[in-house]
Every structure is written in C-alpha cells, then in structure tokens.
Design a protein around this ligand. Sequence first.
Ligand code: ZN
Length: 359
Amino acid sequence: MSDLSDGAVETAEPSPAELVRYAGWFQRFIDPDRNADYRGVPWDVFRGLLIQHSADWKDGTPANPVATKELWSSVVEGRGESAAAVDGSKARKRLNDHWSELETMFRELVGRFSAGAVKEGFDGLLWPVKDRSPGGRSATYRLEWRPVGATVEQPTLPATYSELPFVLRYHEDKSSLRFSWLGRLFFLPLFFRRQSERAVRVDGRRRYVPVLALGMLALMTGLLLLLALATTTSSGLNWTLMLMSAVFYWVLLHPLARLYDRKIIMASPLFYPFKERDCQVELTWDDDAAENNRTYGYNLRLVRYAAECPLCGAKVWVNDGKLEFFDRLVGRCTDEPGEHVFSFDHQLLSGYWLRAPRR
Ligand SMILES: [Zn+2]
C-alpha cells in the first residue's frame, strides 16, 4: 500500500488565524475526557502536533514539521510526565509504534471528523503526515490540510478487476478493537511485546518462539498419530488418540500455520471481547525496521474488515468461507448472507460477487 501522502489532493491552506481556530475546535472534538475513543497514546501524539503547530500559527507563520524527539517530548509532557529523560532513539521507537496506529485510527474516523468540521464551517481537515527522510535520518511529522471528501487512499485495482461483477471495497471497521484478557493471557508466555491494545510485536529473538511452537505442535500431532497407529490392535483403531491428534491439528496447528502462510485468519472468539464479532488476526511485516534501528520483525494485529454490500447496501463482514469456499475468507452480507457472498482480497482490500450468474 502506498503512503498516505501520495495522491492526496492538496488545496489552499486556510490562514494561520483560521488554523488556530481549527486547532482549538479539534482539541475539544477529541477531548479524551468526553470521549473514550481518544484516550490512547496515538491521540496524544496528534494533540502534541496540534499544540506544536498552533504555536507557529499564532505567530502568523506556516507550521514547521516537528522532529521526532521534539514531538515525543511534548507527548510525554502532555501526559503530565517530565520530558527530561527523553532520548532520541527511544523517542523514535515509541513514536513509530504509535504513529501507524494513529494513521489507521484517523482514516477510520474521517467521516466523523468531516461531519464535525463542516458543521463548524471548515472545508477541510488536518491529516497526520509523516515525512520519511532517506539515509536513516530521523523522520519529521506534520499536519496537512486536505479538503473534506478527499478520498481515503485505497489500493489501485488491476484494470480487469472492474469487469468482475459487483466489486466492493473493504475497510477496517473499528479503531477501538482490543484483545480480550484471555487473548492477552495467551500472548504472555510467548514473550511477544505488547504494542497497543490490539497489536503485539514479534521481533529479534522472539521470532523463534512461533517457529518453536509450530514445531512442537507438529511433533505432538505426529506423535499422537504414531501412537494411535502403534497401539492399534486387531480389535480396531485407537480412536481416542486419533481424535486427540486431529484436535491438535485443527484447533492449534492448522490456524497457526495458516496465519504465517496467508497473513490473515479469523481470530478465535476467545481473543476478542464478547460484544465484538468477526474479527481477524493479521500479520504485517515491518518495513520501517531498518530505518528505526530495530531488528527485523512483524506485528500481529487484531482487525475487522467490513464493506458495504453493492447489491443491497447492508454491511458486509469478513468470515470463514466454510466448506463451499474452502480455505478462503469471504465477505458475507448481514441481510442476505446466503446469496450476497463476496471474495476477500486482503492485499487489494477488494472483492467481487461470488454468486454472480455466469454469462
Ligand atoms: Zn446484500
């Protein structure tokens, strides 16, 4: 997926005075005391940027991009802690962790922000933008003015894709997903680093843990199967051991192997709170690792993809394809789950009607 700053339409930025007014309004809009959605560190980062930029705008000048250390210091101060202990590499690490989360959350809530902005008399929104600098130097951060209705960046579809019947676009549904306590309990003995309420990071030596776990599970499955065959007598197969082996395979080994193979699987309902539905676990490689002096690694994120049904307009959730679409994730419409079934392309975030009549 390309960077957010690509292809976005830039319009004339409002005057500094108008931007100060916007900053004031938006800070009230994302007041963490009024709405729990904005309580996380990613929003503290956004608030930090707003405050830094406001200082420039109050002087009547355009806002300067903010350096990593400077931004993280203001986040730390905003949380009521002393920024004296902030050092460069630590700031870079922490900020980078929260930045991608902020970008995702902002994109998901753009509809809400746009409605609020229009009501307040603004024709645009300030988007969070990160400027990566080449050569391993630290990145800078800023807010960019984009008109309301500027489309959220989406992957470009191959030309022939539009010939498919009833193409739909998936988006991440909710920014406030979090692992259940049971899910967190599961990750605890695996030594994965907790990155946010819904993401863990697997890097450095931790990367051997899943390999070991997979190996052990495969060994267990194989051993149980061997035992089952070895203890088979003339009276018949040892079904108890066969069953145990099958359970090991289906419940543990198969989904884990699938996650590393396909990069996305349906999350077990034990992993997310009871009131949520149809969540997925997604594996994303960290391309910024080298830039941020981190060991190569990846993140496991709890996500939920949704779309609008192009046939009836109801919500489409991503679900297991079951037997009919074996080994696939599909999108199913809530109002017509039997007929309005769509493919789910994780890379293109798109799908088409799988039950379309043949022409
Ligand atoms: Zn439908």
